[in-house]
Design a protein around this ligand. Structure first.
Ligand code: PGA
Length: 221
């Protein structure tokens, strides 16, 4: 069993730096207590610098990255993120596709131009794939968490694609997460599933105690 990975996706929350500091301190505290899980915190760009000073055990993430360096108004490059200590970047989240019209081509560019191009098979353990049905995201009207059976099926399908691309041995190195309305109440039922290596957590990552509870559950596997 691999060490589970729990990623906090704060989206465009919280509203103030003060609240961001509280959330980051709490995530760091729980990561230190429950070391059986790896924790990544992905704040909005605006708070990355402050959060980087707080996280030690938990790793720093970002919610997006641009595909080039240079004079691109409003965009952030991979090098800038790396210089701030960012270790993980979320690419291709459905909210960018839906609100900003991000296309497969753009997602592809963000991945390829940012050195994942020709990713060596041995580096596949650094790749994380999250299966997150749009209708399961907690902020969608009528959102409903997916069923464990459906999540297993989807992740098996995705791993199958990776196996055909890289061979099973290497495809198995990629971590696969479930995301969409993950809460302290339902996290366990996903974390326990074969082929699920962790969770991408939005709303519940903004509730410090609940997020701590999710980390604790993941740590117990
Ligand atoms: P949710 O968000 O946990 O609030 O459903 C997850 C995400 O969109 O990454």
């Amino acid at each position: 069993m691999r060490k589970p990975l729990i990623i906090a996706n704060w989206k465009s929350n919280p509203l103030t730096l003060k609240e961001a500091v509280v959330l980051a301190r709490s995530a760091e505290k729980y990561s230190k207590i429950f070391r059986g899980a790896d924790v990544v915190v992905a704040p909005p760009f605006l708070f990355i610098s402050a959060v980087s000073k707080i996280l030690r055990q938990a790793k720093l993430g970002a919610q997006d990255v641009f595909w080039a360096e240079g004079p691109y108004t409003g965009e952030i490059s991979l090098r800038q993120l790396k210089n701030l200590g960012v270790r993980y970047v979320i690419v291709g989240h459905s909210s960018l596709r839906m609100t900003l019209g991000e296309t497969d081509e753009m997602v592809n560019k963000k991945i390829k131009k940012n050195s994942l191009k020709g990713v060596k098979k041995s580096q596949l353990e650094r790749v994380v794939v999250a299966y997150e049905p749009v209708w399961a995201i907690s902020t969608m009207p009528g959102a409903q968490v997916d069923t464990p059976q459906s999540a297993v099926r989807a992740l098996r399908y995705l791993r199958g694609i990776l196996s055909r691309m890289y061979g099973k041995k290497y495809a198995d190195k990629v971590k696969m997460l479930y995301g969409g309305s993950v809460s302290a109440k339902n996290a366990r039922q996903f974390l326990i599933l074969p082929g699920v290596d962790g969770a991408l957590v939005g709303g519940a990552s903004l509730r410090p105690q609940e997020f701590g509870e999710i980390i604790s559950q993941a740590s117990a596997f």
